[in-house]
Design a protein around this ligand. Structure first.
Ligand code: UD1
Ligand code: M6R
Length: 371
């Protein structure tokens, strides 16, 4: 049931304040006796000791689920102190990459039925790793075959383009990082700030959804373009990849997510006064580096659309003119949840304006159960 919406993708984008609330329900604890704030993930609490002892954490997924793991990697590394790698399931299988008994392998999948991810799970089980699932579908193959896991509880997702599952996956992985790091005193203040940030996140997502009309106007402007580049780095490298995936998958427009640190190693050659480029430059430790990227893109007369923190519009766009998307600021590791929303809206409106099928893009299936 689409309710007041025209398409499932639109409904699922706008539903994110609620889906994130359900994802966190009963899992964040504020108040109490000795420890004031903490996280409780019922599905993994008995395995936390084993996870903390593991030599490596390997995330495995496809498409949007892979991007979500990439978004969460920095906070996992920071709070766990364990090396984290992120693998595309098919690539891990193609390489038969090493997986050890001392590894924790985390399988991320909305449907829980993706063939490549499932096969990578069988492979990791054979190799003796602790296998953890992060899935939206209770009773799915991945939920059944993993040793333990967390349901993201985002509610049924019908649009082929994954939207609300992406933001809920990131939130679950941030909670996982908090749970793993829970025994470390030195990061307690940081963890409490993130927990406060999680409590506020649904209302911040509600704020960013108010950009709907602005994104429709931007889509109007980009309707006839051949291509769109999206630059990001740090926590928001994933935002660049995921934003580009949405645009390509539903609006059928070529789009590429680019790690801004790689700009001079090739992509800069594409820049001219015609090609539209989105630069994600919200406030975090990478901000000054992104400012310098913007200046260099301006110097090549790049056609820039800059996503920045509310209030930064005038300071972020030095060295030329650009269109600005202002978003609310949240804790740095949660910022990808906010930043993807305008790009989801942009992809949605571009698709409708270009006259393509929003909920069932050509050639694609919601659940990829064959290889
Ligand atoms: C569980 C209940 C929830 C209830 C809550 C109350 C289910 C599905 N969930 O939620 O209804 O309100 O307790 O305490 O009954 N698992 C995997 N692999 C996966 C995902 C999950 O093995 O990919 C396992 C978990 O280890 C766990 C079980 O499935 O044993 C349920 O996981 P989850 O729903 O995340 O647990 P809770 O949040 O505790
Ligand atoms: O169900 P899964 O999360 O395992 O699906 C993985 C990909 O097939 C999926 O995310 C795909 O990339 C989406 N259509 C992206 O919107």
């Amino acid at each position: 049931n689409k309710g007041k919406y025209e398409h499932y993708m639109q409904k699922e984008i706008h539903e994110q304040p609620e889906s994130l609330t359900t994802t966190m329900r009963g899992r964040l604890i504020r108040g109490g006796s000795c420890k004031s704030k903490s996280v409780l993930l019922g599905g993994i609490k008995d395995h936390l000791k084993t996870i903390r002892r593991s030599r490596r954490i390997v995330f495995i997924g496809c498409g949007t689920s892979y991007n979500a793991a990439l978004a969460a990697r920095p906070i996992l590394e920071e709070l766990s102190g364990i090396p984290v790698s992120v693998e595309i399931a098919s690539d891990l299988l193609d390489r038969q990459g090493p997986i050890y008994r001392e590894d924790t392998a985390i399988f991320v999948s909305q449907s829980g039925e993706t063939a490549d991810t499932l096969q990578a799970l069988e492979y990791a089980l054979e190799n003796g790793a602790l296998c953890v699932g992060i899935t939206n579908t209770v009773g799915s193959a991945i939920a059944r075959h993993t040793h333990c896991g967390v349901h993201i509880n985002a509610g049924c997702e019908i649009g082929v383009a994954s939207t609300k599952a992406y933001t809920s996956q990131i939130v679950v992985m941030a909670m996982l990082a908090l749970a793993i790091g829970d025994d470390t005193l030195s990061s307690q203040a940081r963890r409490e700030a993130i927990i406060d940030g999680l409590f506020d996140l649904p209302s911040k997502v509600k704020d960013v959804l108010k950009l709907d009309q602005e994104m429709k106007n931007l889509a109007q402007l980009l309707i006839a373009e051949q291509s769109l580049l999206v630059f990001g780095r740090g926590y928001n490298y994933a935002t660049a990849l995921e934003g580009a995936l949405k645009v390509k998958e539903v609006a059928l427009m070529h789009s590429e997510g680019i790690l801004a640190g790689e700009m001079k190693h090739g992509p800069l050659a594409l820049v001219d006064e015609t090609l539209p480029i989105v630069v994600v430059a919200t406030r975090d430790a990478c901000f000054s580096k992104q400012q310098s990227v913007i200046q260099q893109l301006h110097a090549r007369k790049g056609r820039l659309i800059v996503m920045c923190t509310k209030g930064d519009a005038s300071s972020v766009c030095v060295g030329g003119s650009c269109r600005v998307i202002e978003v609310p600021q949240v804790e740095d590791c949660l910022q990808p949840v906010i930043n993807i929303v305008p790009l989801q809206l942009l992809a949605y409106h571009l698709t409708v304006l270009r006259g393509y099928n929003v909920d069932q893009p050509r050639n694609l299936a919601k659940s990829v159960t064959t290889q």
